[in-house]
Design a protein around this ligand. Structure first.
Ligand SMILES: Nc1nc2c(ncn2[C@@H]2O[C@H](COP(=O)(O)OP(=O)(O)OP(=O)(O)O)[C@@H](O)[C@H]2O)c(=O)[nH]1
Ligand SMILES: [Mg+2]
Length: 357
């Protein structure tokens, strides 16, 4: 929705600055920022290795224009934004959960559950167009008796029925094989993982409020995370100069860390990503890989040559690195693992790749 605090949130998260103001459709062109993923393990590794530099993992975040009722048919700023959403890997859906008569709500009053439904419907309508377009082709092929086409038609009809009754694609019951073969490639917007961000006022930063409870109840069967964040207040905190000032402010709110830090970590999980580390004296660095990546695939994130010429990986568990204190001590203790091509890299592994080019 317009004017709910998306750009304000973007400004809390990213070093890039978006314009935020109290009028709907303040944002037109999307703002794109890079966000460091906060990771306490990286701080620990830095202490132990004392490298020249430290590079955290990052995620890209896009702040888009608000959608309104009818957006799928071109209302408001219309279709273009649906395009912006299509390009992302996951959605952070910001819901206004604060009262403030001075801040305009496009639909007249604060009602996050209605807002969520409004947006869901627009996205579902867009997906309905996508599935109907595809179905036209598939139906023709199915009529000629093509077995694959018949299978696809059945799967897509389920999607169509689901969307027509207001269910997002991610929640429609489909066989995994149908998803892999037929729906993944259509890149439905409502198939993307989603996380709800309830934007509350300062007093509700730690505890949430009644609006948040209503949101939680509505999404209970969605298996989606609901985060509570006092976006406006956190934006004020980021303006403070020193770490101590920011900590004090957070303590007053009853928080241990900014909600935005938690949000970034949750988003990273939502994307089904995790981290391995390289820890040399030149550089300690967090690398991002999809959960389930093999050692060569993980190496390929550093450089394609590392993947092509992969020989083996030397792996230190993060906890061993910390308890023994250095790579040398880990080796002495016989805790250095030597792994081949099949090894599935685990979150927190400290890796060293052997390869030839
Ligand atoms: N009271 C209060 N105001 C807020 C909060 N978060 C944002 N605002 C104000 O709400 C107005 C809109 O915020 P934006 O971040 O520009 O909203 P947006 O969702 O990006 O809006 P569009 O770009 O128009 O879609 C600004 O005046 C913000 O200062 C909040 O938590 N509490
Ligand atoms: Mg905006």
């Amino acid at each position: 929705m317009p004017n709910v605090g998306k750009s304000t949130l973007f400004n809390c998260l990213s070093n890039a600055k978006a314009q935020s103001a109290n009028f709907p459709f303040c944002t037109i062109e999307p703002n794109i920022g890079v966000v460091n993923v906060p990771d306490a393990r990286l701080v620990k590794l830095e202490e132990l290795v004392n490298p020249e530099r430290v590079l955290p993992a990052t995620v890209d975040i896009v702040d888009i224009a608000g959608l309104v009722k009818g957006a799928s048919k071109g209302e408001g700023l219309g279709n273009q934004f649906l395009g912006n959403i299509r390009e992302t890997d996951a959605i952070l859906h910001v819901l206004r959960c604060f009262d403030d008569d001075n801040i305009v709500h496009v639909d007249g009053n604060v009602d996050p559950v209605r807002d969520k439904e409004t947006i869901d419907i627009e996205l579902q309508l867009k997906d309905l167009e996508t599935v109907e377009k595809r179905l036209e082709k598939v139906k023709r092929a199915a009529r000629t008796g093509d077995k694959e086409a018949v299978k696809e038609q059945n799967a897509l009809l389920k999607v169509q029925n689901g969307l027509e009754s207001g269910i997002s694609v991610r929640a429609i019951e489909l066989a995994d094989s149908d998803r892999r073969e037929f729906t993944d490639q259509l890149q439905f917007i409502t198939d993307k993982p989603v996380m709800y961000v309830c934007n509350v006022d300062e007093a509700a930063a730690a505890t949430g409020n009644e609006y948040v409870e209503l949101v939680k109840a509505t999404v209970a069967d969605e298996n989606a995370e609901v985060l509570v964040l006092a976006v406006g207040t956190e934006a004020d905190i980021t303006e403070l100069d020193t770490f101590e000032e920011r900590q004090m402010f957070l303590e007053d709110l009853g928080l241990e860390e900014p909600g935005s830090a938690k949000l970034i970590r949750s988003a990273y999980q939502l994307l089904n990503l995790h981290t391995y580390f390289t820890a040399g004296v030149k550089e300690v660095r967090a690398w991002t890989i999809p959960v389930g990546s093999t050692a060569p695939q993980a190496a390929g994130v550093i450089h394609t040559d590392f993947e092509k010429g992969f020989i083996r990986a030397e792996v230190i568990k993060y906890s061993d690195f910390v308890s023994f204190g250095s790579e040398a001590k880990v080796k002495e203790a016989g805790k250095l693992g030597v792994e081949g091509k099949e090894y599935i890299v685990q979150d927190g592994d400290v890796m060293h790749f052997r390869f030839n080019v």
